[in-house]
Structures are given as C-alpha cells and as structure tokens.
Design a protein around this ligand. Structure first.
Ligand SMILES: [Ca+2]
Ligand SMILES: [Ca+2]
Length: 395
C-alpha cells in the first residue's frame, strides 16, 4: 500500500509486479522413480496387471527375476503408475524387453500427452528409451508392458528418471546457483515463505496495493493445486475502512521471509486473455524493497493496459516499456538484476535493458492479480492467473 499510491497518482506507468518464491523439490537425475524396477522382490507389486502376467525366476535381464506377459489372442499387460512428478517436465523412461514369439510393447500413458509405445519382436533383450513430457497439470504417469499377440513377452530393469540438471534461468546465460524455488506442487501455500495479502495479519482481507485497483486481496482467493498457484479474481464486494471494493483477488509475497539482492528472477505464468485477445485485468510479477521508492521496485511483468510491461522504479524515475507480442496464456517472465543494470527476458528472449536508477538493496517477491483500469487491461471477472513456478538464482 505504501509505495504505489504516490507513484500511480503521479504517472501513467505502472507498478505492480511481483515475485514469489519458495523452494522447489528437484529429484536427482539418478533416482529411479519406479518401484520394484527389476522384479527382484520376486513378486509383481507395486506393478499391477491385466490378462495373464506373472513374475518368473528366469529370462532375467539382470538379477534373478523378470516379468512375463502372455498374449492369448486377447491383451495381457502389467503397468505401474508413478506419482509425485512435476508438470511440464520431461522424464526419461527406459526398459528392457523381448519375446519368445510375436511382439511386445513398452510405453507410457496417462501423463497428459498422447500414449507413446514401441514394440519389439526380438528374442534377445533390447533396451528402449522414451522421453515424455508431463502436461500442465499432470503429476503422474503410467508405465506399461503390453502384449496383444500370442506367446510370451518379458520385461526387466525399468527406470524413469527426472531431468538430469537443476533448472537454470530461461535464456539468461551465466553461472547460476538456484537459491529459491517454489514449484507449487503441494495442495496449500507454504506459509513459511509466503504471505497471502498485502501487509495484513494472517487471514485478513486487505486493501489493494494502490488506489487504482478495484480488488481487495483476500487470502481465500489464493490456492495451490495441480502443480500451480492460482490467484482468482471474483465479483464479491467487501468494505474495508469505509471503502468498498467490488472485487476480491489474490496476492502473495515473501516480505519478512525471503528477500534477495541481485540475481536472476523467473516465473512461469498463465495470463488469461480478454475477448479482444489482450491481457485481462492487472496481473504482475514484481519485487519490492523495504522503503519505496528509495530501495527500488523491479517490475518483471505487469499487464498494463492489456500488454506485458517491465519497469524499474526508484527515486530517480520509472524507466521501462511495454513489450510487443501476445503474452496471454503460459509464458516465462524473467529479470537479471546486476549492479547498475537489469535485463528483462520474456520466454527466454531479451526484451529490454535498464541502467537508470538501479538500486542495490534487498527485495522481496510479489505475485498478484489486481483488477482495474486504466492501468490494468480489460476487466474480466471471474478469472484466474496461474503460476507454475517462481525461482531465483544467484552467482
Ligand atoms: Ca530382474
Ligand atoms: Ca509447478
């Protein structure tokens, strides 16, 4: 509330931004996500099957046991659903398979994309590797071996592994260490990292950031699920200190929990479109210092008048610009804040560089879905801004 009122009254520019963060869980590349991958327990669990299938103590690729499916003119298979995956993430499936006769297929399905399967008629073990990318809201995948023709088929030594590297900033070169990340993979917001209103007590509905916004920030408009944060704007009047706001929406920030001086900041965000195809409402991903504007406000993405824009606000001004192009839907928005310079990256492409008034004191992160013209785009209610992840890297 402090900062922006002054700023908005004096300029057409914008301000909101935000940033957020929490720490992501990143599986090691070497971790096999499949249980009982080589059937060496001597039983099928946690795999399940259909038709005729069993674990046998012969025909192993390694160890003692393999799993066998028998096609009898119908279909036989065994499969395992692995959970806890990250959405929009590419995993690698490998497995060894062979037949006594006919052919047998190895594959993956129910991960948010089309089923992928490969078959073999080889009577010696052969390895198949399949890459699959989970869908935007998918956190599981089903791995299977399937035989639709008569005769035995065998499988052994399956594995599914996560991407083999810690995520790096999209399009921002350099040597980086991931220092903060929230992938929003749980079912609740991490309150150890995030506040869910604008400088209010826990659970409190607060006024918006500045006087042009029409939505109060209600912690009930913040949710986490299906791999994403949701900030939902609805029509639901609320009166705070004598002022009635027609809408309620969501905001999260890390003030008091996490702040950063310099680094690469990035969020992958879904921005709803208006009926005219521009950015609806007034979404923002930004970072803010403790004393506004002395300690700076870095607007990484702000939906201003329907267009994505970046700015850096300080005592010496508010340079920045709108970025041409359609940024509705899913996109990444990043900024590389270095001493005396900030470079902005949208979808990994450098879209702007600012060198005036760049501050050097810590900032916390803010993500919000404000409502209101003329600074915001067309008001479209109800609507939901989503955030897949927020990350910060430093050198
Ligand atoms: Ca085995
Ligand atoms: Ca996510």
């Amino acid at each position: 509330m402090r900062k922006t009122i002054k700023y908005l009254l004096s300029t057409l520019t914008v301000l909101a931004l935000l940033s957020t963060i929490s720490i992501p869980k990143i599986a090691s590349a070497s971790t096999n996500l499949i249980g009982n991958p080589g059937f060496e327990t001597g039983s099928i669990s946690p795999w399940t099957g259909a038709g005729i299938y069993t674990v046998v103590n012969n025909n192993a690729h390694t160890g003692t046991y393999s799993a066998r499916v028998e096609g009898t003119g119908g279909n036989s298979s065994f499969s395992q659903t692995i959970s806890g995956l990250s959405p929009n993430t590419t995993y690698t499936l490998t497995g060894w398979f062979k037949v006594a006769s006919g052919n047998v297929s190895i594959g993956v399905k129910n991960y948010g994309g089309s089923q992928i399967a490969y078959s073999t008629s080889n009577t010696s073990y052969t390895q198949q590797t399949i890459s699959f990318t989970t869908g935007a809201s998918n956190t599981s995948a089903e791995i299977f071996l399937w035989k639709g023709t008569a005769g035995y088929g065998y499988g052994d030594d399956f594995s599914v592994t996560a991407p083999d590297s810690t995520p790096m900033p999209t399009g921002i070169s350099g040597s980086w260490n991931l220092v903060f990340s929230d992938d929003f993979n749980g079912t609740t917001l991490d309150s150890a990292i995030w506040n869910s209103n604008w400088f209010g007590a826990t659970g409190q509905i607060t006024p918006p950031v500045n006087s042009y916004e029409l939505a109060a920030f209600d912690p009930a408009r913040v949710s986490v699920g299906s791999g994403s944060l949701s900030l939902s704007a609805i029509s639901s009047p609320v009166t705070i200190s004598g002022t009635t706001y027609p809408y309620r929406s969501g905001l999260i920030n890390t003030n008091g929990h996490k702040q950063f001086t310099y680094g690469a900041f990035e969020a992958r965000i879904y921005l709803p479109a208006s009926s005219t195809g521009v950015i609806a409402n007034w979404p923002a991903f930004w970072a803010d210092g403790q004393n506004w504007p002395t300690d700076g406000e870095m607007d990484i993405m702000e939906g201003l008048g329907g267009q994505a824009a970046y700015h850096f606000i300080s005592s010496s001004g508010n340079p920045g610009a709108s970025v041409s192009g359609d940024y509705t839907g899913w996109h990444t928005f990043g900024a590389d804040w270095e001493p005396g310079i900030v470079k902005y990256y949208y979808d990994g492409v450098l879209v702007g560089t600012l060198t005036s008034g760049i501050t050097s004191t810590p900032m916390y992160l803010i993500l919000d879905y404000a409502v209101g013209t003329p600074y915001g785009g067309p008001t479209v209610i109800p609507n939901t801004m989503k955030v897949d992840y927020v990350r910060v890297w430093q050198h």
